[in-house]
Design a protein around this ligand. Structure first.
Ligand SMILES: Cc1cc2nc3c(=O)[nH]c(=O)nc-3n(C[C@H](O)[C@H](O)[C@H](O)COP(=O)(O)OP(=O)(O)OC[C@H]3O[C@@H](n4cnc5c(N)ncnc54)[C@H](O)[C@@H]3O)c2cc1C
Length: 530
């Protein structure tokens, strides 16, 4: 039984959704054409037993709606000598796919999406994410870029019917992964898999990348680079210092692939009490761990739905207005900073079902106010941890401690990070509002671009667009999350604008407008002139 089968509710016809997408040429839109659908576009095909094939229905529907959307504009970005790509996108997860599609719909075609993972494995959903269903509401927009036919709801309802969508609590995690795979296929994203960005260096105002593809290194040049490389893409996992010196066979961070089958009959510690920590604990228990102990420094677990907070005042419009989230990046610095610091000081909220999944086990133990101060490996190979004045022993430790932002720790940025302006370079917090962690976030421009440090001549940094967790302080929401898809149009338009304006030739414009007018040809109407 696959992990998928174990964890997911039955979803009718899910397995068939991609069959037929070979003939589904909707992403030909990206190339400015729409090739007619060859596989049952006119009417949904039927199974031998007369049941309508949902994948054919989906295919027909998607073709039709995309046809109505019309073709993308033809390629208009002028190629430049010695520059291969207009845009390289690092990451073929939900962000990279959506941004790539958005750019192609604007007529920007030399777009390359690269991902270090194997085909079908991009993103987190089939690997490190362990929850049963997404943490975000099922109605959020996702990568559809304003086109309802490309949305999760259209896909899911076409396969399973509207009642099935209504019956969903939230979107099952692996169903979301299937949907993204479909999105990738129908938008013809052409992700270059097993291809990793290793480093970036300036190439005039453009960029030279070192890339490793199937183990072979090469360089590539691009005018623009989008870092859609996920939550770990701007500093990596946040690892508790007490674990760093321990051998890797006794501990792992939740961001790593973990062999949960090896947890059977083991005593497991989980550090942290956020959503991923609860997912890790529950997964270990479901795989037969004899005990799981969770440790939190905090005195309580915050879970959603949370009890209503007593409102001291009506929230200002920069808080809690889902329809305004794409404007958060335009807020004044002090509002963005305070919002970040207040979020940092709150205990992160855990979906109630994630919490209940672990708490349902009698061998799950939650230790609050319990900070790990030291850890070693004893002679029997167990981890001996000092926690709240006691020594406790575990077979394996999982750190569910989230991610950190530290551009100096991100290998791909080694050659450029010193010139990138951070919040600590641009903003002085008021007394009581300091945050060392916040100070390390890059201070991004309105197009998610890095800003060169004052006095540096690193103008090329403006061509690196940082669409990952590091953008969260500048844009007021966890960038990469489904809610942050509201920001895709901003990024796509900004790249379009930069590429367009960079090619404006004022001299050519003057010559064109001042060229002598050609005498009009009146032959088409001459005989009617009286
Ligand atoms: C455990 C977990 C659960 C989450 N649950 C939710 C949720 O329920 N709802 C929600 O809205 N958000 C959730 N998030 C946050 C966020 O939505 C996800 O992280 C989401 O996958 C982000 O999408 P992305 O495309 O930006 O990045 P990712 O999905 O992480 O994709 C990034 C891609 O970049 C590739 N990559 C990275 N570095 C390189 C490199 N150097 N070269 C080439 N390729 C590279 C990776 O292989 C990966 O495929 C969760 C995050 C985590 C970690």
């Amino acid at each position: 039984m696959t992990e998928h089968d174990k964890e997911q509710p039955p979803v009718p016809a899910r397995r068939r959704f991609l069959r037929g997408t070979a003939g589904l040429t909707v992403a030909g839109l990206g190339a400015g054409t729409l090739v007619p659908n060859v596989a049952g576009a006119a009417a949904p095909a039927a199974d031998a037993d007369g049941v309508v094939c949902p994948d054919a229905t989906l295919e027909a529907q998607t073709n039709r709606v995309l046809r109505w959307a019309g073709p993308a504009p033809g390629k208009w970005v002028k190629s430049r000598d010695g520059i291969e790509h207009d845009v390289v996108i690092v990451g073929g997860g939900q962000s990279g796919l959506a941004i790539g599609h958005g750019l192609r719909r604007k007529g920007i075609e030399r777009v390359e999406i690269i991902d270090r993972s194997d085909p079908g494995e991009a993103g987190i959903w089939r690997s490190i994410a362990r929850m049963k269903q997404l943490r975000t509401p099922k109605t959020m927009a996702g990568p559809k870029q304003g086109n309802t036919a490309l949305g999760f709801r259209a896909w899911y309802e076409t396969l399973n019917g509207p009642a099935a969508f209504d019956a969903l609590d939230r979107i099952p995690r692996l169903v979301w992964a299937d949907y993204l795979r479909w999105f990738e296929t129908v938008t013809q994203a052409r992700v270059r898999y097993r291809t990793r960005l290793l480093s970036i260096e300036p190439h005039g105002e453009s960029l030279r990348l070192t890339i490793e593809e199937d183990g072979v290194r090469r360089s590539a040049t691009t005018r623009k680079l989008v870092l859609a490389n996920g939550f770990a893409g701007a500093g990596g996992p946040n690892t508790p210092p007490v674990l760093r010196e321990l051998p890797s066979k006794v501990w792992a961070h939740s961001a790593q692939a973990i062999d949960f089958d090896a947890m059977a009959r083991k005593v497991v510690a989980v550090i942290g009490a956020g959503s991923s920590a609860f997912d890790m604990a529950a997964t270990a228990l479901e795989h037969g761990a004899s005990e799981v102990h969770m440790f939190s420094r905090d005195p309580y677990v915050n879970y959603a739905p949370a009890p209503p907070r007593a409102a001291a005042a009506t929230p200002p419009p920069d808080r809690g207005h889902a329809t305004l989230t794409e404007l958060y990046g335009d807020l004044p610095d002090d509002v963005r900073w305070r919002n970040f610091v207040s979020g940092e000081r709150r205990v992160a909220s855990v979906p109630l079902d994630s919490l209940q999944r672990a708490v349902a086990f009698r061998n799950f133990h939650l230790h609050l106010n319990s900070n790990w101060t030291a850890a070693t490996v004893d002679r029997s190979g167990k981890v001996a941890a000092r926690v709240a004045g006691k020594t406790r022993r575990f077979d394996f430790v999982i750190a569910g401690t989230g991610y950190r932002i530290d551009l100096s720790a991100q290998p791909e940025l080694a050659g450029v990070h010193r010139s990138i302006a951070l919040w600590r370079d641009r903003y002085r917090p008021g007394p009581g509002e300091e945050s060392a962690a916040g100070g390390l976030y890059p201070y991004l421009g309105p197009a998610f671009e890095f800003i060169p440090l004052e006095g540096s001549d690193a103008g090329y940094l403006r061509n690196i667009h940082c669409f990952n967790l590091a953008a969260s302080l500048s844009f007021g929401l966890p960038v990469g999350d489904i809610p942050s898809t509201v920001d895709h149009p901003r990024l796509v338009s900004a790249i379009q604008k930069d590429l367009f304006l960079a090619d404006v030739d004022t001299e050519a414009n003057r010559r064109y407008l001042q060229a002598p007018a050609v005498a009009p040809d009146n032959s088409a109407y001459e005989k009617a002139v009286t």
